[in-house]
Write a protein that binds this ligand. Structure first.
Ligand code: FMN
Length: 176
């Protein structure tokens, strides 16, 4: 798919078929995540691949019972890993860069999933501690996003966006 078509087609999907995800597609999504830029190329994030139904049920409960998490065969959990940047970037690394690293990696995974014909929704509403326990992550890693991956079972509505003129600020003022 053309890159701009991927961006245009990506949208939050909240309903999925029961179709399994091909292992090679999952591999390509994980590889895409690892291609994301990161502070100092330290990749201060970890990705947990959750396919077990009981654990997905747990993730759904930990996310205010968002049930589409249960419908998808796989959920990726992106966590910060601040210890990887601490030595090089101190507080800015551990409070900001590691969150940004995990977030960008998740966005790359999301776009790769769309390119491969899958649907996703970015899930940010969840109990961090509960998610950490479910995936077995150490206490110094913080989950920042859940990414359920599956085949959509409906066509989502068109998205509404703020006008560019409202959100883009030209410095100095726009010429011409
Ligand atoms: C940081 C963040 C947190 C989000 N958390 C949730 C969530 O917990 N549950 C959900 O259904 N969608 C969640 N979303 C998806 C947004 O609702 C969705 O991206 C937004 O409505 C724009 O729609 P679009 O993705 O179709 O462009 C989240 C998105 C982001 C970026």
């Amino acid at each position: 798919m053309e890159f701009l078509d991927v961006l245009n087609q990506r949208c939050a999907v909240r309903g999925f078929t029961t179709q399994a995800i091909e292992p090679e597609k999952l591999q390509r999504i994980l590889e895409a995540a690892s291609l994301a830029p990161s502070a100092g190329n330290l990749q201060s994030y970890e990705i947990y691949v959750v396919s077990d139904a009981k654990k997905r049920d747990g993730l759904s409960c930990a996310s205010l019972a968002q049930d589409y998490i249960l419908q998808t065969p796989v959920v990726l959990v992106f966590c910060t890993h601040p210890a990887r940047v601490e030595k090089y970037f101190s507080a800015r690394g551990t409070s900001l860069y590691t969150v940004q690293d995990a977030t960008i990696a998740c966005a790359f995974a999301m776009l790769a999933a769309v390119d491969l014909g899958l649907g996703t929704v970015w899930v940010g509403t969840f109990d961090e501690k509960a998610v950490r326990i479910i995936i077995g992550a150490p206490a110094d890693q913080t989950p920042v996003a859940l990414l359920p991956l599956g085949y959509p079972d409906y066509q989502p509505d068109e998205r509404i966006r703020r006008p560019l003129d409202e959100m883009v600020h030209w410095v100095p003022g726009k010429q011409g």
